[in-house]
Design a binder for this molecule. Sequence first.
Ligand SMILES: [Fe+2]
Length: 324
Amino acid sequence: MTTHRAGVDEAEHVAGVEVKPVAGHIGAEITGVDLAAPLDERVVALIRHAVLRWKVVFFRGQRLDHAGHIAFARRFGEPVLLPGRGPHSPPGFPEIETTADRLELSGRYGMERDEWLQRRRHTLLRGWHCDHGTRIDPPAATVLRAESVPPYGGDTTWANLAAAYAGLSAPVRAFVDGLRAEHRLGVGYQPRLGGDAYARRLLDEQVASVHPLVRVHPETGERVLFVNGYYVEQIVDVSRPESAALLEMLLEQAVRPEYTVRFRWEPGSVAFWDNRATIHLAPGDHTHVGAARVMHRVMLHGEVPVGVDGRPSEPLVGTEAGRW
Ligand SMILES: [Fe+2]
C-alpha cells in the first residue's frame, strides 16, 4: 500500500464505524462502512490502520461491483495489472482476477484439476501462500470479494507472520534473521513422464526471486517470517536437508492455530489483507459440495522486500507472475 509509515498502536475513531478483533493475533471485522460509497479520508485511514494492525479485515454484506471494487482498492494503492488472467476474469477490468473453483485448470495443460493437485508438492502445508510471492515485488495487499459461495465449506484461513516471528525464541530469531530463501513457481511439482505442458510452462515462464527469510515490514517496521508452503524452494547457503528441516519448523510455527483466523464467506463479503505480513490457506473442503465459489480479487502493488540487514530481495528469473 502506498502510505506513509504508520504506527500500529495509534487508534483512529470514526463515529458509526467499528473495528472488532475476531482472534487474538489476527483478523478484525469492520462494521458501519459501505464500501460502494465514496469513502471519507478518515474512514480510509481507519481501514488502513486496521489492516496494518490486524493484518486482515473483513466486511460483510457489501454491494460492490467490479468498478466499485477497483475504486475501493485504489484508495489504498495501485492495482496490479496481470499479463495473463484466468478465463473467468471480467473483460474490461484488467485489475480484477476472478476465480471460479472447480472449473480452474480443467483440461488446461492436458490434465484435469485433480491430477494437477496430486502432482503438487508433497507436503500438507503446501496450500499456505502469500499472493504472487515469487515476484521481486510481491503485492502489498489483496482485496478479495465473494460473489457466490457454497452453502458450507470454502472458508479461508490467514496466519500472522509477524506474530509467528515474535513467538520464536530469541536465539532462533537471531539465527533466521540473516537467512535468505529462493521462492519460485511450481515448487515440488512432479511432471508427467513423457511430456508435461504445465512443467514446460514452469520452465518457460518461471518467475523466481531470493527473498530474505525475515522481512522488515515497510510500514510497521515489524519483522515478518517470510515463509510459505507454496513458493519457498529452499533456504540458500545451507544444505538441502538443513533447509528442509528449517522450513518445516518455521512453517509449522507460522501456521500454529494461535496465529491464525478463519473466515466464513457469504455473498458480498470482502476480505482485505496485508500480503506482506500474512499467508493464507486456500480452502480444500468444498469441491465435493457441488456449488460454484466465485471470487474476485484486486491486488495492490508492493515493494521489493528488505531483510533485517537492509539487503533487498534479488530477482532470479522473470519479473512478474502472470496466470499462476
Ligand atoms: Fe491467494
